[in-house]
Structures are given as structure tokens and as C-alpha cells.
Design a protein around this ligand. Structure first.
Ligand SMILES: Cc1cc2nc3c(=O)[nH]c(=O)nc-3n(C[C@H](O)[C@H](O)[C@H](O)COP(=O)(O)O)c2cc1C
Length: 201
């Protein structure tokens, strides 16, 4: 697939570059363009990473949703520093974002939760994400109980489930080339502006 590349410049806002790249990834049919690796700081400062889904921009910040009591939720409560890494293989592009993740306002999480399929809503109640599960059957039984509890009514958002928004301190936009002669563009927050440099690949 041929990529129409918007090359970042010092005059650009990195979020706008990201959004144009993201739109291009969606329009180009990139598979799961919203899948993004989220790194957090674990106990003792060890890095921890897993994939989540990017869910759009709120107040200039990138959002994702999860269980606040999950391992990542507990890690972010103890240390809000986090990093995201997108890889759009078909376009040979990578976007890295580093900053601080804060919980979204509850109304925003409510609004997103209401758009989710009902089974996913019940799953958010049933899953004690990241806690030991004695047997798969236990999860199925919890789902059945919740179906019964919420029969014929809307499923409310569990208090322990919601969104985070990452305020970027650093962006890196990467364009891959043959023989590892890649392009790397870095933006680092400098007060109200961004400092912009190219990096060796
Ligand atoms: C493609 C993909 C998308 C995922 N999206 C989410 C998501 O949006 N939110 C979420 O909590 N977990 C998502 N997961 C599961 C996480 O990778 C992870 O297993 C889970 O959140 C528990 O992580 P933790 O124990 O570090 O908190 C996704 C996994 C994959 C492979």
C-alpha cells in the first residue's frame, strides 16, 4: 500500500499530525489502527506494557478505557506516567506518545459506556480485571447473574470502569524506510509550545 505521508514540521501541532496520520490509517484500511501499546510504571519502577484501544481525543488528550482496579489502573493511580505506541504496519509508521494519564470526568465515561454493546457492558461488571479467576466457568456464572440482574433495563457504568486521557509531554512520529534509513520527528513540550527536532533512526 502506498502511503501519502504528511511530514511533520516545526510549525505543526503534533496532535494534529497524529490525527491526520490516524485518519489516513483508517482510510487506508490498516487493520486495528486503534490498537495501541500502553506502558505504565509498575511496582518498584519496572515497566509494564499491554495493548488497549485508542478511543479518540478529549480536551487535546488521547483517551482509552479500562477497569480502574485492573493492574494498569492501580499502576496509574500510584504513578500517572504512561506511554503509548501505535504501529501501523501497512503504512510503515509508528507514533509514540509519552506523558501523564488521568481519569476522564465520569460523565464522559458514562457517555462512552452507553455506546458499548450490551454484552460488553455486562462484561465490564462481571470482570474483576487482572484478579485471579478460579475457573472460566466462574466468569460465565457471573455473566449469567448480571444478565438476570439487569434484565429489561439499561446497564449502568460500573464505578470502577472508565476512561483515561493522556496529556502528552513528548511525541515521536516515525516513518519507516528500506535498509533502516527511517525518519524520526520528535516534539517535546516546552511551556506552551513544542520544541521540534529530527532524530537519527
Ligand atoms: C487488540 C487488543 C485491544 C485491547 N483493548 C483493551 C482496552 O481497550 N481496554 C482494556 O482494559 N484492555 C484491553 N485489552 C486487554 C489488555 O491488553 C490487557 O490484557 C488487560 O487490560 C489487562 O491488563 P492489566 O492487567 O495490565 O491491567 C486489549 C487487548 C488487545 C490484544
Amino acid at each position: 500500500m502506498l502511503a501519502r505521508v504528511t511530514r511533520p514540521t516545526a510549525a505543526d501541532d503534533p496532535l494534529r499530525v497524529f490525527l491526520s496520520w490516524y485518519d489516513h490509517a483508517v482510510a487506508s484500511g490498516v487493520k486495528e489502527p486503534d490498537a495501541v501499546t500502553l506502558a505504565t510504571v509498575g511496582a518498584g519502577g519496572a515497566p509494564r506494557a499491554r495493548v488497549v484501544l485508542y478511543k479518540g481525543v478529549s480536551a487535546e488528550r488521547l483517551t482509552f478505557y479500562t477497569n480502574y482496579e485492573s493492574a494498569k489502573g492501580r499502576e496509574l493511580a500510584a504513578d500517572p506516567r504512561a506511554a503509548l505506541a501505535f504501529h501501523w504496519r501497512e503504512l510503515a509508521r509508528q507514533v509514540r506518545v509519552e506523558g501523564r494519564a488521568e481519569r476522564l470526568p465520569p460523565e464522559e465515561s458514562d457517555a462512552y459506556f452507553a455506546t458499548r454493546p450490551r454484552v460488553a457492558q455486562l462484561g465490564a461488571h462481571a470482570s474483576l480485571q487482572s484478579r485471579p479467576l478460579p475457573a472460566r466457568q466462574v466468569f460465565a456464572e457471573r455473566m449469567a447473574e448480571l444478565e438476570e440482574r439487569f434484565r429489561d433495563r439499561a446497564v449502568p457504568r460500573p464505578e470502577g470502569w472508565g476512561g483515561y486521557a493522556l496529556t502528552a509531554e513528548r511525541w515521536e512520529l516515525w516513518i519507516g524506510h528500506e535498509y533502516r534509513l527511517h525518519e524520526r520527528y520528535e516534539y517535546v513540550r516546552a511551556g506552551d509550545a513544542w520544541s521540534f527536532v529530527l532524530l537519527y533512526p
